[in-house]
Design a binder for this molecule. Structure first.
Ligand SMILES: [Zn+2]
Length: 474
């Protein structure tokens, strides 16, 4: 990283502007995939560049470059200044340099073994162990295992004296076994996504999960279809992550509420006047924005505008308190927000994103939740999702269902789905588990030009009363 050139480029651009920032990003990604015991993909990519950010006539503007020479950086700053000056008369809001924090600090993913010191051969060995362990029956027609390991460095410098330096070790692992007979097929999967190092690559553990998902795929293949009707629903953390992401995270993004995303990712049913007032869910619903929670996909100390990350309640005791909006959206909407100004890469300007958005643990044990249900279903692992542009009406499907009858777990059912309307659904929340599990995805999409970013969601198992449940085609 040519820090001397960065600082001299900042000094060069300072004279023509009110404020200047420079964000350097370097990301290396290695993907390995194994299918039916054979390596299927070995890919490596490296992405490195700089985003030049300027404040001119109260307007923020950007230009990016992969040319890290002095001349390349100056060219990018010249372009940013010219474009920002030319468009400043159309700005939606006037800003000043107080809208960029002056901070110094560092962050490093808390791994035991750095990914840089983890042999790729070990990763392939784990994937092969999983694939082999799934080969338990001729009806298992597809055995897939994949791992992506990502090492990211982000440095941010500004003329206010900011310098933050953050490095991330990220893994995204997935196993899936598909069982088929005649026209029927059923898949079962396992995933691990978050900030971890080489310590997660243990072949015996991959084999264990591989054997389990293969057995469960076979069991699903022979299981009856999920029943239809209103009943109690327990969602496990690997479905709760999707429920939180789609029906809490996206509708609370302040840029969506302001209308910035309405011709692309969509709008929101949430209105500015709802903050501080709307009963979003039952009093058991406590949703936090928390980049300080470790090992999740979006753990960090500073967002891409240098704002220090803090844990904040978005929804407390069921009442909507705070939006997912950065300093600029907070200023425009006069609503409280969080440190979530994030960009997908060096060549994208930061926008309002989720980071780690979590449902805080409650006081119920899973066995007590099950014992409290006369007729219901327990669903695990997201399989499909559909939700409207306002993030209001939704329909989600899971891989695995388990009937609950008279307070006891009963048989497995396939193709379990449920539907609801966001606020009505969350007000049906009647028990929250004591301990959470963390899941995430590297593929949350938003913005024009498109930005695909990593998000994390932790949740305990949760019980919802009287939900509309239905099966698939049998
Ligand atoms: Zn998303």
């Amino acid at each position: 990283m040519p820090k001397v050139e960065f600082l001299s480029a900042l000094a060069y651009a300072r004279n023509a502007t009110q404020w200047v920032g420079l964000r350097y990003s370097r990301e290396s990604t290695q993907s390995r995939e194994v299918r039916n015991d054979a390596p299927d993909k070995n890919a490596t990519s490296l992405d490195e560049g700089v985003m030049c950010e300027v404040l001119v006539d109260g307007h923020f503007g950007y230009a990016a470059t992969a040319d890290l020479s002095s001349a390349g950086l100056k060219r990018a700053f010249d372009m940013a200044i010219a474009a920002t000056r030319a468009t400043s008369s159309h700005k939606v809001h006037g800003f000043d340099d107080s809208h960029r924090a002056a901070v110094q600090g560092t962050y490093e993913s808390p791994t035991q073994t750095k990914l840089a010191a983890t042999p790729l051969a070990l990763i392939t060995e784990c994937l092969l162990a999983a694939s082999k362990a799934m080969a338990i029956d001729a009806k298992i027609v597809n055995r897939a295992a994949r791992a992506m390991v990502i090492q990211t460095q982000i440095d941010y410098f500004t003329t206010s004296g900011t310098h933050t330096s953050q490095s991330f070790d990220i893994v995204d692992i997935g196993l899936v076994a598909t069982a088929a007979q005649g026209l029927q097929s059923q898949s079962r999967s396992w995933s691990l996504s978050g900030q971890h190092g080489g310590e997660v690559f243990v072949p015996a553990i991959f084999a264990q999960h591989g054997l389990r998902v293969a057995n469960e795929a076979l069991e699903l293949l022979g299981a009856p279809n999920c029943p239809s009707g209103r009943m109690d629903l327990i969602l496990m953390p690997d479905q709760m992550m999707l429920q939180i992401h789609e029906s809490v995270g996206h509708p609370l993004e302040l840029d969506r509420i302001l209308g910035d995303e309405r011709n692309y990712a969509g709008w929101s049913f949430v209105q500015p006047a709802d903050f501080g007032r709307l009963r979003y869910g039952s009093p058991l619903m406590n949703i936090s924005f928390d980049p300080t929670k470790q090992n999740a996909m979006a753990s960090y100390a500073f967002d891409d505008g240098g704002n220090p990350a803090r844990r904040e309640f978005l929804i407390q005791d069921g009442i909507l308190k705070r939006g997912l909006g950065s300093v600029e959206s907070q200023e425009r909407s006069a609503l409280p927000g969080v440190a979530n100004f994030r960009s997908a890469s060096w060549n994208r300007a930061p926008i309002d994103r989720m980071a780690n958005v979590n449902l805080e643990p409650g006081t119920s044990r899973l066995e007590d939740m099950i014992a409290s249900v006369d007729e219901g279903i327990l669903m695990s692992t997201n399989r499909s999702w559909s939700i409207d542009d306002y993030r209001n009406k939704f329909q989600f499907g899971c891989e695995h269902g388990r009937l609950i009858q008279n307070g006891k777990l009963a048989g497995v059912v396939r193709n379990p789905n449920y539907r609801g309307v966001t606020v009505d659904f969350w007000n049906r929340l009647s028990a929250v588990g004591q301990s959470d599990s963390t899941y995430g995805t590297p593929y949350c999409g938003k913005g024009e030009p498109s930005q695909v970013i990593r998000v994390g969601h932790s949740s305990p198992p949760c019980l919802f009363r009287g939900v509309e449940v239905f099966g698939g085609q049998s």
